[in-house]
Design a protein around this ligand. Structure first.
Ligand code: GDP
Length: 309
């Protein structure tokens, strides 16, 4: 992902840094090229507009043009703006909260067991991501994890989560046929408390499209279990559809963060780049492979560095 965008921005940067002096015209031409590169990468239009305007405000003017290395200065401005767009810069108030969550990337404070609700469309990578984060929390933070599948429509999905729990060597809530998703969620929380678990993952049912039935169900589960984190898992390969899905889920659910899967895929990357700005939600993790170790705690600076090289 991001290869084409990275190449294009790399060319713009080479042009900027390859010469000593820069005129306003040069900077404006570079802004236009950056705009086109972002749009071609499928970054949402309002996000591109805001991004380019921000860079233009900072990059056009005496301070940059008259500096010793104007090209490098523009490159730094673009780099910082990209980190900002991905969620790198926090307000002071957020910074405190973020500081507390930084260690795990998730807020796990609260009386155990805390619930993490996993939401998303079918096929987005929700179940796999539940297994991945469970393993991550177990390995890095010694948390005792219980995985529960609430997908009453798809026994295969329940079994898949059971297999992942086995692989990750974490707890799995036994399946009782005939229970509703809400009943399973309640049972998961009480079993979680009885078994001394720190975190209970509630892997909600996915659907191929967003519909009221799905939303009502997830909303009721969220109300009942009061999850400390409600994560939306979105497939970054589905481009702007992923952004639209995130917006729709966010209208109904108190989402606390995003996980973008299939970052290892061959996509243009626009969804991943727009997601934070469009939804206002922090990206918490990236899915980087099919296996349980294919998970990366999100770091805006690292991703910007990967794109800009
Ligand atoms: P769910 O329906 O949302 O629960 O989706 P699944 O967890 O079953 O994932 C659907 C498919 O996507 C599976 O074949 C997963 O192995 C695969 N998958 C999930 N996350 C990633 C990822 O980050 N990268 C890649 N390459 N494949 C993934």
């Amino acid at each position: 992902m991001f290869d084409t965008l990275g190449d294009k921005l790399g060319n713009v940067f080479d042009n900027l840094t390859g010469r000593g002096a820069l005129s306003e015209k040069d900077v404006n031409a570079a802004m236009r090229e950056i705009r086109v590169a972002l749009l071609e990468a499928d970054v949402a239009l309002p996000v591109v507009k805001t991004f380019v305007e921000k860079i233009r405000r900072e990059a056009v003017g005496e301070k940059v043009i008259k500096s010793i290395k104007p090209g490098q200065m523009v490159v730094k401005i673009v780099n910082d703006a990209l980190i900002d767009m991905l969620g790198g810069t926090l307000s002071d108030e957020d910074a405190d909260k973020e500081e507390a969550a930084k260690a795990t990337h998730l807020n796990l404070s609260g009386r155990p067991p805390v619930a993490i609700l996993m939401a998303g469309l079918q096929g987005s990578g929700k179940t796999t991501t539940s297994g991945k984060i469970a393993l991550y929390l177990k390995k890095a933070f010694k948390k005792k994890i219980l995985l529960a599948s609430l997908d009453t429509n798809r026994p295969a999905a329940m079994e898949q989560l059971g297999m992942l729990a086995k692989q990750a060597d974490v707890g799995f809530l036994p399946i009782i046929k005939g229970q509703s998703a809400l009943e399973i969620a309640k049972r998961a929380m009480s079993e979680g408390a009885k078994g001394g678990y720190d975190v209970v993952f509630l892997d909600t049912a996915g659907r191929t499209t967003i519909n009221d039935e799905l939303m009502d169900e997830v909303e009721a589960i969220a109300k009942e279990t009061q999850p400390i984190e409600t994560l939306l898992v979105a497939d970054s390969l589905t481009g702007q559809d992923a952004v639209e899905t995130a917006k729709r889920f966010h209208e109904r659910l108190p989402l606390t963060g995003l996980v973008l899967t299939r970052i290892d895929g061959d996509g243009r990357g626009g969804a991943a780049l727009s997601m934070r700005a469009v939804t206002g939600l922090p990206i918490k993790f990236l899915g980087t492979g099919e296996k349980l170790d294919g998970l990366e705690a999100f770091d805006a600076e690292r991703l910007a560095g990967r794109i800009l090289g």
